[in-house]
Design a protein around this ligand. Structure first.
Ligand code: GTP
Ligand code: MG
Length: 406
């Protein structure tokens, strides 16, 4: 439904994206049904006349109706009843994709929390509409005498969310500890690939780190953050993380759920913001990404703006004119990837400082750490140990000095 204030271009782009989301879920789109209206119909999203048209269309052969808005539980319920098939709104569609793509236990728990938060009111609506006769069918079972169905469901859902949250907190703590250890060992240069879904983040991750990140022409192929070292390795050693993609109207429950995953992005000293240059709506993607980054508190992390997929289309000259410091590239061209690699390394080398460290014989076990975190310019053996002149990140040097304190 096209509401006032939404331009035709925006409307079309959003519908195209819903089609892509539908495809990701395995649906084939048989018909597109649009209406211009001043606002949603309070009862069932579309107006009466349109609902009848929709019903005829569904009877001609459709399994589901996807709505490109988030609609209320009762609107969804009424529309489903009249259309005679399942109705999924945009939020539901995205949640379903996240649900199917979640692999790690953390991602699964995060998605389940978001789904429960979203499904709760909808289950209650269904139970309410079904009325007392049908309650047995909606089957929560084991209900104690005095409690109404709705209250019990609400409580169950709340308990389950609390339980999942506890599990997640534990996993999160564990990851933080691991991450902290890893950083001490490896120095602190971190870069995160962020951007709209399907922009090519995982493809770049693969190319930059010579690893096997999952790449797919699907929306939200990646839900878990993966971390790999930039390849070939240099000094400082740079860790690259691939992150979950953003989308317009990302359900709020999901933003909250994936905040912890996106923490990786927050801890990076550089964000590589990947944009699909071949998408005519790339500016909207850029705006959405900026918004989400603001929302998670990553506004001030330095960014490298990368326009990817230029081999597929896009106006390179116009991009360079409008975004003076951007990189325009294709992940499919080796030379372009090397250039991005170079830009990332240059960013981190800018911050390097020279320092002198004295490594006593008693602390030789730190030797490996020093060589991993710094570039060693000079090494000299003196009476009590080794004297090293190094170049490294100030933070890494500070940590090494702390460990070298007698
Ligand atoms: N032509 C072309 N296709 C690309 C380029 N980079 C990535 N792709 C394709 O774009 C699709 C999406 O790439 P991914 O790397 O999975 O995108 P992503 O940003 O990780 O997406 P999500 O994980 O879903 O957020 C895949 O089919 C890639 O092969 C490029 O530079 N040129
Ligand atoms: Mg990905």
């Amino acid at each position: 439904m096209q509401l006032p204030g939404v331009s035709d271009v925006e409307f079309e782009a959003s519908l195209a994206e819903l089609r892509q989301l539908a495809k990701t879920l395995g649906f084939a789109v048989v018909a597109t049904f649009t209406q211009k209206r001043a606002g949603f119909d309070a009862t069932a999203y579309f107006g009466q006349g349109k609902r009848e048209e929709l019903r005829a269309l569904v009877q001609a052969g459709a399994d589901a109706v996807l709505v490109d808005h988030e609609i209320s539980p009762s609107q969804a319920h009424n529309l489903a009843k009249e259309a005679g098939c399942e109705v999924m709104d945009r939020t539901m569609v995205i949640l379903e994709i996240f649900h199917r793509h979640a692999r790690s236990s953390a991602a699964r728990a995060q998605v389940e929390i978001a789904r429960l938060g979203y499904m709760g009111p909808r289950l209650r609506e269904a139970a309410k509409q079904a009325g007392p006769k049908d309650r047995a069918r909606s089957g929560t079972g084991g209900r104690s005498g005095g409690e109404s169905h709705g209250e019990l469901d609400r409580r169950k859902i709340r308990d389950r969310i609390a339980e999942l949250q506890k599990e997640l907190d534990a996993m999160h703590l564990e990851r933080r500890t691991q991450r902290a250890r890893r950083q001490v060992r490896q120095g602190l240069a971190r870069v995160a690939l962020v951007g709209y879904t399907n922009a090519g983040k995982s493809t770049l991750m693969r190319a930059l780190t010579a690893s096997e990140a999952l790449v797919a022409d699907k929306l939200f192929a990646t839900l878990d953050t993966t971390v790999r070292a930039l390849h070939p390795e240099g000094v400082p050693r740079v860790l690259v993380s691939d992150t979950v993609g953003f989308i317009k109207n990302l359900p709020h429950g999901l933003i909250a759920s994936f905040k912890s995953t996106l923490d990786e992005a927050l801890e990076a000293s550089l964000l590589v913001q990947v944009v699909d240059a071949s998408d005519p709506g790339f500016e909207r993607q850029l705006a959405v990404t900026d918004e989400v980054l603001d929302e998670i508190g990553a506004k001030d992390v330095p960014r490298l703006l990368v326009f990817n997929k230029i081999d597929r289309g896009g106006d390179e000259a116009a991009l360079r004119a409008k975004y003076p410091r951007c990189i325009v590239m294709s992940a499919r061209r080796e030379g372009d990837v090397a250039q991005l690699h170079e830009a990332i390394v240059a960013f981190f080398r800018r911050n390097l400082v020279e320092a002198e460290l004295f490594l006593p014989w008693s602390a030789q076990k730190l030797r490996g750490e020093i060589f991993a975190a710094c570039e060693v310019l000079e090494e000299r053996t003196e009476g009590e140990g080794t004297f090293l002149r190094v170049r490294g990140e100030p933070e890494a040097l500070r940590r090494l000095r702390d460990q070298l304190k007698p």
